[in-house]
Design a protein. Structure first.
Length: 217
């Protein structure tokens, strides 16, 4: 199987199951125009996050890593009336683009974006959150997990993105701090008696990667 085939399948599934959406497409276009990294989740992955949030009845969602706000929009749209989403973004340019995209999607009233280092912002938040999506700098994943558990309750779903990294996660000798951050993240999840977890490998337009899902018990 090749990247070309994976992308073709993703395109087919997106066309069949994820209807065209002006606000989401505008968010990607604005991110490209601002030269943001092309690291947003794919449409099918965004829809997965949306459905997971809906399936657990999430009313309070925390997102660590906003980028251009694409995944933020997917998650915020899953909230019921009165719900809230807090998203954290370190990069000022990314945060500016995300705020515009979130407003364009009509979600500014329910999304609070904190710009600055996530570890600083996390120390100011009050939980619990029903769902926490971790998709920021991977070397900090262990610290983000610690905060995620603190800001959770029994039943909270914690999701970590980009945990396979083209298979590099299997290499304990890797010199890549992103790989080591993800490995420690997974180890800490496995060691924590409050977390019941699994992981999914994914292929598609975003390449070969995966999610880890941990339920707080």
């Amino acid at each position: 199987m090749t990247q070309e085939r994976w992308t073709a399948v993703d395109d087919y599934l997106t066309g069949a199951l994820v209807p065209s959406d002006a606000a989401l497409e505008a968010a990607l276009d604005a991110s490209d125009a601002a030269a943001l990294p092309r690291e947003a989740v794919s449409p099918t992955q965004g829809k997965l996050l949306h459905l997971l949030a809906r399936s657990i009845g999430a009313k309070n969602i925390l997102e660590i890593g906003t980028l251009g706000g694409y995944s933020t929009i997917w998650l915020a749209r899953a909230l019921p009336t009165g719900g809230r989403l807090v998203t954290l973004e370190a990069n000022a340019t990314h945060a500016e683009v995300a705020r515009s995209n979130i407003a364009n999607a009509g979600l500014a009233d329910i999304v609070t974006l904190h710009q600055g280092p996530a570890l600083d912002s996390l120390a100011t938040l009050a939980g619990p959150f029903d769902m926490i999506f971790i998709d920021a700098d991977k070397p900090s994943n262990p610290a983000y997990l610690e905060w995620a558990v603190k800001l959770s309750r029994p039943g909270t779903l914690i999701i970590g993105d980009n945990v396979v990294r083209d298979g590099a996660v299997t290499d304990p000798t890797s010199a890549d701090p992103k790989v080591q951050g993800v490995r420690r993240f997974i180890e800490l999840i496995a060691e924590n008696p409050r977390l019941d977890a699994t992981a999914l490998q994914t292929v598609g337009s975003k390449g070969y990667d995966g999610f880890v899902l941990a339920l707080v018990t």
